[in-house]
Design a protein. Structure first.
Lengths: 273, 277
């Protein structure tokens, strides 16, 4: 069964020029995604690799119903993302680079109200929240502590717990380990692997961590300046670009080093990332 | 039928989530709440003492009646401010905390989300206003024995529907303008303050402002509540203030939802539905 089907998806943003034309600043359209086409099967884990400003977050936000497209189509389990957003919202949850919580509230409080938005009653959350926090390795004694007192790694674990609490069939992970220390990063990656193995979840992982993409994903795509250049299993990707490593494949596909960023263009595009 | 019941249950649970979240925030920010309450108290007292000040300066007026008139104006204005503030926070606070994307991608119907915020604002606002009124009244030996508080509360309850509707309209401002939206909301509040007769009768306003005052729900709320508290009027006697509130409420809620919907689509098209920073 097809979990995600994206066809010629396009998104542009209006950008004001620094220079003025008369009294007003000129505006121009900057493409964030250009005719992106791909599909994902149910239960698959697909990683999209790209630098800052490549359009990864725009793709995630479009599939999360947080953006409206400018062309093409996107379907999640047969539901049109832009015409049937409520149906899609019931199936999707997300973990982004920033954990994003009400910082004075505790992990339990944050998870509790968020679960209500997905129709979970207090009886359900009373059982499920301690269980899921336990699964992500969150210490029991800290469950009533304000989020602001928790480390980034700890907050990201709660973020994973929030996403999993609603049992999404499509999990969108937008750089979930960026900025984490090596130990927290491994713990979060282990948990993603465990969730993928134990849940009937389809995972779209957007990352600029090549190793993470290689170990977690069935297929890896390269998104460069809004264009999806390829989407294949890592071995095929390396073979196609006659590369030893994913980094070399990325270089061959984009013509740029992975860490090298075109400052002008990426600064402009970075506002959408 | 079963599907409709399940949907209703889902939405009601979602609405309870909005109330639950706001209750947690009040609990966690209790010292802020206390500080704002003390500030409101001081501000209201300053206004209410004006009647005594005028009398002391030789002005001729019924001090008790003028004090109560100002007290009602200041307290209702404070209530209106709380309702607007909470509704505007639907977007502004979430953007600040970074939770906005998670809330707006959740399968919660926007009318339920906004009505939940409005419902919380009214519960919280009424409790806060009642305490504020009681504390301020205790500073003055006002004789409120003839006041009809039930009728006053009914007027406030009916007016709250309109306040929520207008609050929904101002809540959209931070959505379409992340930097200036909150401040634009203050402008809308300020206009209501001028034209609604918060501290004076609207009859003292220039004619064009008096016309504007007829579309402000605060005008009818203040007049009705003043009649109920100062003159002991019952619901029947203040009906002339209640029915315009019902009409404004019936228009402002759908209008507020529609405007918010338009704003949300604009924000989704232009990528504004995201956290600050």
């Amino acid at each position: 069964m097809t979990a995600v089907e994206v066809h010629n998806l396009r998104k542009e943003f209006l950008r004001r020029d620094a220079e003025r034309s008369g009294l007003r600043r000129r505006r121009r359209r900057v493409p964030a995604l250009e005719d992106v086409t791909f599909s994902m099967e149910r239960g698959e884990c697909v990683a999209i690799l790209g630098q800052n400003g490549s359009g990864k977050s725009t793709l995630v936000r479009l599939l999360s119903t947080l953006l409206l497209h400018d062309g093409g189509s996107a379907h999640v389990f047969g539901h049109d993302v832009f015409r049937q957003p409520r149906a899609v919202q019931r199936l999707v949850n997300r973990v982004s680079v920033e954990a994003s919580f009400f910082k004075k509230m505790s992990s339990t409080e944050n998870l509790s109200y968020a679960a209500r938005f997905y129709g979970m009653s207090s009886r359900e959350t009373k059982e499920r929240i301690p269980e899921i926090l336990g699964r992500v390795g969150f210490p029991e004694k800290r469950r009533h502590e304000s989020m602001e007192h928790l480390s980034r790694g700890m907050q990201q674990k709660v973020s994973l717990a929030r996403a999993l609490l609603t049992s999404p069939v499509l999990l969108l992970l937008d750089e979930p380990t960026t900025g984490l220390d090596p130990r927290s990063k491994l713990e979060v990656q282990d948990f993603i692997r465990e969730v993928w193995a134990s849940h009937d979840a389809t995972i779209l992982l957007c990352t600029h961590d090549l190793a993470e993409a290689e170990v977690l994903a069935d297929r890896v795509g390269i998104l460069d300046r809004g264009r999806l250049l390829c989407l294949e299993p890592v071995d095929q990707l390396k073979e196609r670009f006659r590369s030893e490593t994913l980094e070399e494949a990325f270089f061959a596909a984009t013509g740029r080093e992975f860490e090298q960023e075109n400052e002008d263009e990426d600064a402009e595009r970075g506002v959408f990332a | 039928m079963r599907g409709a019941a399940a949907t209703l249950r889902h939405e009601l649970i979602g609405l309870s989530g909005v109330l639950e979240r706001n209750a947690y925030l009040v609990k966690r920010y209790v010292w802020w709440e206390l500080a704002f309450f003390v500030w409101s108290l001081a501000n209201t007292l300053t206004i209410v003492f004006i009647a005594k000040g005028i009398h002391a300066a030789g002005g001729k007026l019924d001090v008790d009646r003028a004090t109560t008139t100002l007290l009602i104006g200041a307290v209702i204005w404070s209530y209106l401010g709380v309702v607007f503030e909470i509704l505007t926070e639907t977007v502004a606070w979430e953007r600040w905390e970074g939770t906005i994307e998670y809330t707006f991608m959740a399968p919660l119907a926007r009318p339920i989300h906004l009505i939940g915020m409005g419902f919380f604002a009214v519960i919280y606002g009424v409790l806060r206003t009642a305490v504020l009124f009681a504390v301020i009244a205790s500073f003055f030996s006002l004789s409120l024995g003839g006041a009809n508080f039930v009728a006053a509360l009914i007027v406030l309850a009916v007016a709250s529907v309109s306040f929520i509707g207008i609050g929904m309209m101002t809540a959209v401002l931070p959505l379409i303008s992340p930097e200036k939206g909150m401040q634009m909301g203050f402008i809308a509040q300020g206009i209501l303050l001028v034209i609604s007769g918060v501290y004076y009768s609207v009859s003292v306003l220039p004619q064009w402002m008096q016309w504007l005052s007829t579309i402000s729900p605060a005008t009818y709320a203040l007049r009705g509540i003043r009649h109920a508290i100062l003159d002991g009027y019952g619901v029947g006697a203040v009906w002339s203030d209640i029915w315009p509130l019902i009409v404004i409420g019936a228009v402002s809620i759908p209008a507020g939802l529609w405007i918010f919907g338009v704003g949300e689509r604009h924000a989704k098209r232009h990528g504004k539905l995201k956290r600050s920073g």
